[in-house]
Design a protein around this ligand. Sequence first.
Ligand SMILES: [Zn+2]
Length: 478
Amino acid sequence: MLSRLLIVLLLTGISVVSTTSHADGGELRAGAFAMDVTPLKFPISMNGNMQDAPAKRAADPLHARCLVLDDGKTRVAFVVVDNCVIRRELMDDAKQRANKLTGIPTDRMLISSTHAHSCPTVTGAFQSEPIVEYVEFLTERIAAGIKQANDNLAPARIAWGVGRDETQVFNRRWLLKEPSSESNPFGLIDQARMNPGYNNPKVTKSVGPVDPEVSFLSVQSPDGQPRAFLANYSLHYVGGTGGDLSADYFGAFAERIGQLLKADNSGKTPFVGLMSNGTSGDVNNVNFGLTMPPKYEPFEKLKLVANSVAMAAVAAHEKAEYRSTTSIAMRETEIELKVRKPSADDIAAAKARIEKAGSFPYKTMPDIYARETLLLAEYPDTVKLKLQAIRIGELGIVAIPAEVFTEIGLEIKRRSPLKPTFTIALANGWNGYLPTPQQHELAGYETWRARSSYLEAGASPKIVETVLKLLNEVASER
Ligand SMILES: [Zn+2]
């Protein structure tokens, strides 16, 4: 009797072990495709600044870079689009179309924009408004790109890792010695100033951290040929594109990483590099700690940055261990957050200002923000944000539809049950900047109420708790 029980226990034990290892190991297949999304007509509106800046040409092609992964049970699609900000309606429409073409469920798709400030306008931001024809073109191309990547699915092996590049990230919000309303478009007090300039005697130090990690997910063919490389770095963008359309350093990285990995692009399914934006809401590429601003030719700096970050990724990649089996889990949910809507007094003041402002486009910051106030008056009282978490083996990936401050990304990395974890920001929509409640108190550009900053000041803790819950769910689903 006793020995029989032991045998049963042993068998049970063995079966538990074998179930675990089986669930950890579906045969991996992967497919990638870089769909060209360069517009066909010029000039075209380019957003990312206070004034619209129509571009006459594209200096380099823009892409929707697609990667589909399948473990035999779960199929997920990643897309990184060369664009500044893409609203949720466009992303949802592209997902629906891609679902019809591939059968991949829309809640297994993560689409993000890079945040290059040198791409056509598909979302209203400051004084740029969407180009309807390009919205349709981009939507259709994203869906077609996912289909191509899906068609390219083939046996693959996968690895992930984390490199470091401390040389290209600088927190751009500096503490003012004296709180000041000098640059605030509403005449309110700021304690922090974005991009204060070199040698500014009014500021003391950055008010937030940087995240130098270069996280990556690398895909090879079974015989070790590089097929795709999805990276993540918390850098807003670089710029210096001379007024032309450009994929900025994100596109240059995609090209450079392929060169460094010695990817062979002669076959039917060329290598695809993807650089996703991490949590860079308050981090850019300008070191205001220097006494003299360095001088660069157009495109020189973004290429330097792309090379530097790609070298860091490749150094970490040398230690990566590939596997041909892995398990994938993905969760998506929505969170409802309050909108910081203008009061009746705010709206009256904005209307009075606009009446005196002359013709659109407006020249001064108070006038530009008065228009934003009137636009936000029409917003609903609450908005729903789509949040996602993905597990690939032991790697965690989070998606948030905002320009997330770096300290929030660091908190998610620290508290995630999955190591490593990284966050893709500007994903599945765009709800403006996401500062912490403490950073809201310091005020400054990223908190000024506009379509670029309108979520309730308490949004970030709610988002963090929700994505951690999703991470715990995908971590326990084995
Ligand atoms: Zn931005």
